[in-house]
Write a protein that binds this ligand. Structure first.
Ligand SMILES: *Cc1c(COP(=O)(O)O)cnc(C)c1O
Length: 375
């Protein structure tokens, strides 16, 4: 076993140790080629093998059918916030969004540059039971325009710790022809998901897949084929879904090393038992930490139980003066990067696929010891 500390960072985040070890072993020579993956042409047969395997394994893990395509792009989830309206707005330029926190707000702000943005629902107002952005608005209250080009949600608010455990269905929302678009940056591959109901899903790889520099886009073929109107004429070619697809994500030089690393993570995931097994482990890890919070009367979490994220758990101490000693003691115990995002404050534990169950166990052990000392 290793003596590396447990890294609870929100992203870039922990990677499976066997993946890092294998990358190190293959660093100077991939197979018997005498070349690092970083030194290979992206158009040659060697990289092509790595690329195709990564795509095929990703598709298999996601359980995608023939209706869905996978693109590897660059620019992160942030670029997608512009790329989506540039490609998918219809003639009336209408697009609907649900506002549940920091990352959906970013998507909304960017879309306003391109389209007629309507908030189908928002958690900006506190309810009797929950603070602002501590819940997902009840779906029967959403107001989706029937002629919207699409509905966008953030599947897991990485900062606020609010997650959809079930995705909405467009036919229940009165817009059966509009695609559902999901920012999946921080929970893709964390559990089985039914993509037949999802028009497009995207995210940066650096949360739950691999290193930064790679953006995944999973989309229904029909969204870019037989679709009128076409992307906006000023849409850059590298951001034109149709062109990226026609070129098999090799329109220009892709992030080759990040694709290779993601491929190693996909192999590791398949080896571990895929997304079913990840769901089990992720539920077990999150349950341990939430139980420690709920059972303490010392730690506090604010997100409604039904929308609590399994991936990112924000939590708070009873006194602001305790954060410094908590974080220092955690670091000494080999538990890194537990500071909350400045927008929310407090603490945050990110428990992505690559975080071992033992990491969550040690965090809970530390939390109990800290409470005993300071509570
Ligand atoms: C991290 C994150 C982003 C931003 O991703 P970049 O790849 O840095 O652009 C967007 N949405 C969510 C949900 C995230 O967690």
């Amino acid at each position: 076993m290793s003596s590396r500390p447990f890294n609870f960072a929100p992203g870039p985040a922990v990677l499976p140790e066997p993946v890092l070890a294998r990358a190190a072993q293959e660093m100077l020579s991939w197979g018997d080629t005498g070349m690092s993956v970083m030194e290979m042409t992206h158009r040659g047969p060697l990289f092509s093998k790595i690329h195709e395997k990564a795509l095929a394994d990703f598709r298999a893990l996601l359980g995608l059918g023939p209706d869905h395509e996978v693109l590897f792009m660059q620019g992160g989830a942030t670029a997608q916030n512009a790329i989506i309206p540039m490609n998918l707005l219809g003639v009336n330029a209408k697009c609907d969004y649900v506002h549940t926190g920091h990352w959906s707000a970013k998507s909304i702000d960017e879309a306003r540059k391109y389209g007629d943005v309507h908030l189908a629902a928002s958690a900006a107002a506190p309810t009797d039971a929950h603070p602002a952005f501590g819940y997902i608005p009840a779906q029967d209250q959403w107001q989706v325009r029937p002629d919207t080009s699409y509905l966008h949600i953030c599947g897991n608010e990485t900062i606020g710790g609010v997650e959809y455990h079930v995705f909405p269905k467009m036919k229940d929302l009165g817009a059966p022809n509009a695609p559902l678009i999901i920012d999946m940056s921080s929970h893709v591959l964390s559990r089985p998901m039914d993509f037949s109901q999802i028009g497009l899903a995207y995210g940066g790889a650096q949360k739950n897949i691999g290193p930064s520099g790679l953006t995944f886009v999973i989309l229904q073929r029909r969204l870019i084929q037989d679709r009128v109107p076409k992307p906006q004429p000023t849409c850059p070619s590298v951001f034109d879904y149709r062109k990226v697809l026609e070129n098999n994500s090799l329109l220009n030089t892709p992030s080759t090393f990040a694709i290779y690393m993601a491929g190693l993570v996909f192999e590791w995931l398949i080896d571990q038992g895929g997304v079913q097994e990840m769901q089990k482990r992720n539920e077990a890890k999150a349950r341990m930490v939430y139980d420690a919070i709920d059972g303490s009367g010392f730690y506090r979490a604010y997100v409604e139980t039904a929308a609590r994220s399994l991936m990112n758990i924000p939590f708070f101490l009873p006194d602001d003066r305790l954060y410094e000693p908590f974080l220092q003691g955690a670091q000494q115990a080999g538990l890194l990067n537990l500071k909350g995002h400045k927008a929310v404050g407090g603490l945050r534990a990110s428990l992505y696929n690559a975080m071992p169950v033992e990491g969550a166990r040690q965090l809970v052990h530390y939390m109990k010891a800290f409470e005993k000392a300071y509570g």
